[in-house]
Design a protein around this ligand. Structure first.
Ligand SMILES: [Ca+2]
Length: 437
């Protein structure tokens, strides 16, 4: 029993044996058992319903409070303790048992007590966002588990239990309840495949409203999409500021998807860039997941393999995996004698209008066609290119450059030639668009 007062010793034991995780109800918590005389064993919610969450301020330190609740002389405890600096959670009494935290029988019987590290005389120092956020996650979990309404009737301060106390001091209830009531998950995002330098481009992010409040883009407590820090890609006159994008397209009710559509401005230089986004409410600041959106400025590479939907053949072609240097799972092949109209076709589906460099990969071998005919095709052009497939397998061989419409472009591989041998339909790569002259 003496070792129970020595929190450090118990932490060390927990880390060695994993015993610290054995008793927690809340997965984020670490288990530091309170002294057995500091709580009453029970069997909630069958013995008593769990109807309230009571918020406390320790007027003390996290480690000191853990020690105090492990000291049989204290005769007090709480179910959960939250650390100020990082929101770490200790559980000391099981949710089924009655912690002695309220000093009022009804609330000891029917509430879960959460103690927060700090001193009410200096809330700016101790009542941190990390602590509020961690506590709010815990309260969301408790209210969901025991079906407790997420209202100020059921989530209360110690001073609202009838006990003569000022605990929890200047707790920010507006912020805390908004944190408890708001939650989100990313559903999807869309960014253009090709973006020109300095261009504005449209981005759409969709989030599921997993919380209890509507998301409205306007009003006194709007829900908006923001950036993590000031964004260099904001569009003046369209964004609210350099770190607030705007609200959802329409007011989003709980369990519905909210769509945020907005423009960004690309940098002047080609390259790959990332911007982090996060939802925010006026009353609480950022909430929900941080979502990194990556976009590429400048020419793009795209590979169309023979197993991709853009590939098709006419006539009879074999499927093979022999030799080395192919792209993907296999390639298609066909002898050029007897001469036929059989053709392999790659649909290029150019992401934007402009010039594209076209490359082909094949698996070379001695039985290959020395004058295999590719054709680069768009609306008005048909550029024939002959290649020697006995050589240069397993690499991107440049066939040429062609102007493609957005969504357009095809490459054909014909099954004839002036020598016998196999033509190999493996994969095509396009790179572009490059601006015209
Ligand atoms: Ca292939």
């Amino acid at each position: 029993m003496g070792m129970r007062n020595r929190a450090g010793w118990i932490v060390g034991l927990s880390m060695l044996t994993g015993a610290g995780w054995a008793q927690v109800d809340y997965p984020e918590a670490t288990w530091y058992p309170a002294a057995s005389v500091n709580f009453a064993t029970s069997n909630r919610p069958s013995s008593y319903p769990i109807t309230h969450v009571v918020i406390h301020i320790m007027e003390g330190y996290y480690n000191g409070s853990i020690s105090w609740f492990q000291n049989p002389a204290s005769r007090v405890s709480a179910h959960y303790l939250i650390r100020s600096t990082d929101g770490a959670v200790a559980q000391m009494v099981r949710e089924k048992d009655l912690a002695y935290h309220a000093g009022v029988s009804f609330y000891n019987q029917q509430a879960v007590g959460i103690e927060h590290e700090g001193f009410s005389s200096n809330p700016a120092l101790w009542y941190t966002d990390a602590q509020y956020a961690s506590s709010a996650r815990l309260t969301r979990y408790l209210t969901a588990k025991f079906n407790i309404p997420r209202t100020r009737t059921n989530i209360i301060g110690h001073n609202e239990t009838g006990r003569a106390t000022s605990c929890p001091g200047p707790w920010d209830w507006t912020k805390y309840m908004a944190m408890v009531r708001n939650s989100a998950a990313l559903v999807g995002s869309s960014v253009p495949i090709y973006i020109q330098p300095n261009a504005t481009f449209q981005v759409t992010l969709t989030f599921l409203n997993q919380g209890d409040d509507n998301w409205a883009g306007t009003g006194s407590d709007p829900c908006r999409l923001g950036t993590v820090g000031a964004s260099p890609y904001w569009v003046s006159g369209e964004w609210v500021s350099d770190q607030i994008v705007g609200g959802p397209t329409t007011t989003t009710i709980p369990n519905a998807n909210g769509t945020f559509t907005f423009n960004m401005r690309a940098p002047a230089s080609n390259g790959t860039y990332t911007q982090d986004f996060q939802l925010r409410r006026g009353s609480i600041g950022p909430f929900g997941p941080i979502v990194p959106i990556t976009f590429r400025v400048g020419p793009t590479e795209k590979i169309i393999d023979n197993t991709d939907p853009g590939f098709s053949v006419t006539g009879t072609w074999s499927t093979s995996t022999s030799g080395t240097g192919r792209i993907g799972a296999d390639f298609r092949n066909r002898a050029v004698t007897p001469k036929s109209e059989a053709t392999a076709t790659w649909a290029l589906d150019a992401p934007a209008e402009g010039f594209y460099d076209i490359y082909a990969n094949w698996v070379s071998g001695t039985n290959r066609q020395r004058n295999a005919l590719f054709e680069l095709v768009d609306r008005r052009e048909n550029i024939p290119v002959f290649v020697d497939m006995t050589q240069n397998g397993g690499t991107w061989n440049k066939l040429g450059r062609i102007y493609l419409r957005q969504g357009g472009g095809r490459v054909h591989l014909r099954s004839f030639g002036n020598t016998s041998g196999q033509v190999i339909a493996d994969a095509i790569k396009i790179e572009g668009p490059y601006p015209g002259l």
